[in-house]
Design a protein around this ligand. Structure first.
Ligand SMILES: Nc1ncnc2c1ncn2[C@@H]1O[C@H](COP(=O)(O)OP(=O)(O)OP(=O)(O)O)[C@@H](O)[C@H]1O
Ligand SMILES: [Mg+2]
Length: 392
């Protein structure tokens, strides 16, 4: 976290410069690193309302919701752009603010606090003369400095001929560049944007191996336009969403052989056949040397527990949400008295901007029973992992 002082008003108020999150494997918005265990995500009021009314038995399977925050775009005379978060005063309870029903994809806060702002000393360089690859340069803090770099795979799963070496996942950086462009060209009167604060579920891992799976057989939300609905339905029909209730939305897996993360993105995921998906799943569990069999039992256990929880969520439809699978890519060094501990794995649901449930969208009739498309996906995932486990 980069702490800045809001000293212009004579008060000391913590401001936090936001960095792109190094381990963003999917999505389209930019996830920003707020502190060691917290990320910021652009606010969609439906997602806020979802987290605020989250059923207790889903909490172990979702990131912890940590409130809202205002984010300012700061640009200095040489074109450096920074995003700076301005935490709430103690007496403003972020969770109690009413969601703003606006058509903007990213929402603005009601109360700007621009007077507190000093020009950023460092930050992200948004250089319109750079090509797409290099238009964001430098992240300024040690958070981006990793002991592993990231390599892209081409759509056939082969390593790219000109791998982009970066301390950040290349897909996440691409999202970040696009979001900075949108926010800086859209930034009027230094009005802040509103962001959600969410637990960073990758933070306990040193070299997080992450799989983002778009879940279910339907992706469009209740509020989708006819055009958007058609687009989403076509993507589902033409991908493993319809056949498996699962689609690869992004992936990074640490390769012990080369010391870098191998990455695949959602465009790659959309082209996979069911067999291609199975191979990607296998690849996710492989460190370049060997299949990490020890992960299978703990992941399967967690998925069975998730299935039981989803079965109990009548009326919920998790359209366009993802399931994140995470495990530790770093080999633990064996001490003098090695103990065989179960490997650290996690399975979490994320992205509830288009989740529907009774009472969430007043103009829509509520569905009965649990989300069968989601459960179909979880069961196929369990079956595929079980087959890998039983294989030679
Ligand atoms: N709580 C979290 N902890 C760690 N990583 C996260 C978390 N939430 C999101 N991510 C990362 O950010 C990516 C995008 O997240 P998310 O799906 O919420 O964004 P989105 O832009 O709304 O997605 P979409 O394009 O599907 O609408 C995920 O693939 C994951 O890598
Ligand atoms: Mg998503």
């Amino acid at each position: 976290m980069v702490l800045l002082e809001g000293a212009e008003l004579g008060e000391t108020r913590t401001r936090v410069r936001l960095e792109p999150f190094a381990h963003q494997v999917g999505g389209h918005t930019s996830m920003l690193h707020y502190d060691e265990t917290t990320l910021c995500k652009p606010l969609f009021s439906q997602e806020q309302v979802f987290y605020e009314s989250l059923p207790a038995d889903m909490k172990p399977f979702t990131p912890q919701y940590r409130g809202l925050i205002s984010v300012y775009v700061e640009k200095d005379s040489s074109g450096h752009i920074s995003l700076v978060a301005c935490p709430q005063n103690d007496n403003e309870s972020p969770a109690q603010e009413s969601p703003m029903a606006t058509k903007r994809t990213q929402q603005r806060a009601k109360t700007p606090c621009a007077a507190e702002h000093k020009p950023a000393r460092e930050g992200l360089l948004l250089d319109r003369t750079c090509n797409d690859r290099s238009s964001v340069c430098g992240t300024g803090t040690g958070k981006g400095k990793r002991d592993a770099s990231f390599h892209m795979k081409d759509p056939n799963g082969n390593e790219s001929a000109t791998p982009e070496r970066s301390s950040h996942n290349p897909w996440g950086l691409q999202c970040h560049r696009a979001q900075l462009m949108r926010m800086s060209s859209d930034s009027k009167d230094n009005e802040p944007y509103r962001f959600l604060l969410l637990e960073n579920v990758a933070s306990p891992f040193q070299l997080p191996c992450i799989l983002d799976l778009k879940m279910g057989t339907r992706q469009h939300g209740e509020d989708a336009s006819e055009e958007k609905k058609r687009r989403h339905m076509k993507k589902c029909e033409q991908s493993t969403s319809s056949s498996l209730g699962l689609r690869l939305g992004g992936m990074q897996v640490y390769q012990a052989t080369t010391g870098h993360f191998l990455c695949r993105n959602k465009y790659d995921g959309r082209t996979l056949t069911a067999e291609g998906f199975r191979q990607a799943l296998y690849q996710y569990l492989h460190d370049g040397h060997q299949l990490k069999r020890e992960l299978l039992q703990p992941v399967l256990q967690r998925l069975s527990a998730l299935r039981a929880v989803i079965e109990r969520q009548g009326s919920y439809r998790f359209y366009s949400s993802s399931l994140l699978l995470i495990y530790e890519g770093k080999k633990h060094s064996l001490g003098r008295h090695p103990v065989s501990a179960p490997p650290r794995v996690d399975v979490r649901m994320i992205d509830f901007a288009h989740t529907s449930y009774r009472g969430a969208t007043p103009n829509h009739t509520a569905y009965e029973g649990p989300d069968r498309g989601y459960i179909f996906g979880v069961e196929n995932l369990i079956n595929m992992l079980q087959e890998i486990k039983d294989g030679d």
